[in-house]
Design a binder for this molecule. Structure first.
Ligand code: NCD
Ligand code: ZN
Length: 331
């Protein structure tokens, strides 16, 4: 039986949600990840030092050993002093959601030029800019591609600002990051790495694989897999694990709950490609290096051992529900 021990990973993009759900999402994340970049699209959003501190308190209360990396949502009416206060409160990144692009983003930004002053302050304060890179005004499968020029212009205008193009889904997005400036990197989810749009609409409609950005075609998946398997350090893991109740999924909510399965699926993927030793850099090194953080010292063990993903965790049906995964995380 194959085994591998690696540095405990980080998840550079996760939705932990609020209230009762935290009791499930925090342990599912902290079991596999030392640190995670916690997305701010709560209701109300994380948009001030006090909301950020309170949210972190609620998370750490559930698992004091977990290290949530807090973010805030960029809003049009935010002041430069708010950004400085957020940094002081411990924020590591600010998230730009184009208005209407995804779950809880109607209060997002229509044009990033409207918040250029805030981006300047983020650059000065060494905050990372995390971007949901989709233009919601164009056809759904072209939204990521349409946002690329905006991201490249932000990188040019703020050369000292680190920018993360989140949850890359298209060959064009991958190329833009690969060939883009040094201050640009990208996160990759396990669902965009493994699946295509056919896993949503190719047979019976599967709402549990429906997320934003929408899964794309085989060529896009190939481009994503290629940079990951080449060990390109501009690309690192961010699960975008985003739980919704089964009822909300039926209403059309976008997001897949992948936290309980993502690391095991990644081990299965890398091993299946004969590249298991490259798993560690993707999940435990490249992201920390881009963000300028020390690597985790704690270690975690994975083994080639099959298990069946539960059909549900409470009200939430997870990604890969009821399916067999051939690798398991020990500890
Ligand atoms: C996320 C959510 O549900 O909060 N949904 C998703 O489909 N990925 C938001 C996001 O990251 O786009
Ligand atoms: Zn997300």
């Amino acid at each position: 039986m194959k085994r591998i021990e690696i540095r405990k990973p980080d998840d550079f993009h996760i939705h932990l949600r609020q209230g009762e759900l935290l009791k499930m999402t925090v342990p599912h994340c902290s079991a596999y990840f030392s640190r995670a970049v916690v997305m701010p699209n709560t209701i109300p959003p994380i948009d001030s030092a006090s909301t950020l501190e309170e949210y972190r308190r609620q998370i750490v209360e559930i698992d004091p050993g977990f290290n949530p990396l807090m973010t805030f949502k960029l809003l049009k009416n935010m002041k430069e002093s708010d950004v400085r206060a957020l940094k002081k409160a411990g924020a590591i990144a600010g998230k730009l959601y184009p208005a209407g692009a995804t779950t809880n983003s109607t209060d997002g930004i229509t044009d990033w030029r409207d918040i250029a002053g805030l981006l300047k302050v983020m650059e000065e304060e060494q905050l990372v800019l995390s971007i949901h890179g989709e233009d919601p005004s164009v056809y759904s499968l072209d939204r990521e591609k349409a946002y690329i020029p905006e991201i490249l212009e932000i990188c040019r205008k703020f050369p000292g600002l680190k920018v993360v193009f989140e949850h890359l889904s298209s060959a064009e997005g991958i190329q833009a990051v690969a060939e883009g400036p040094d201050n640009l990197a990208g996160t990759i989810t396990v669902h965009h790495l493994l699946l295509t749009l056919d896993d949503v609409i190719g047979g019976a409609l599967n709402p549990h694989n429906f997320c934003k950005p929408v899964l794309k075609g085989p060529e896009d998946r190939k481009a994503i897999q290629k940079v990951v398997l080449e060990g390109n350090r501009k690309f690192f893991f961010g699960s975008d694990s985003a739980p919704h109740s089964a009822a909300k999924k039926q209403e059309g909510a976008a997001g897949s709950y992948s936290a309980p399965v993502s690391l095991a699926l990644l081990a299965e993927f890398f091993d299946g490609c004969g590249k298991l030793p490259m798993l560690e850099d993707f999940v435990s090194r490249f992201g920390a290096e881009f963000y300028g953080m020390p690597l985790n010292e704690e270690r975690i063990e994975l083994a080639e051992e099959s298990w069946i993903v539960p059909e549900a965790y409470g009200e939430v049906i997870p990604f890969f529900a009821s399916k067999v995964i051939r690798w398991i995380v020990k500890n």
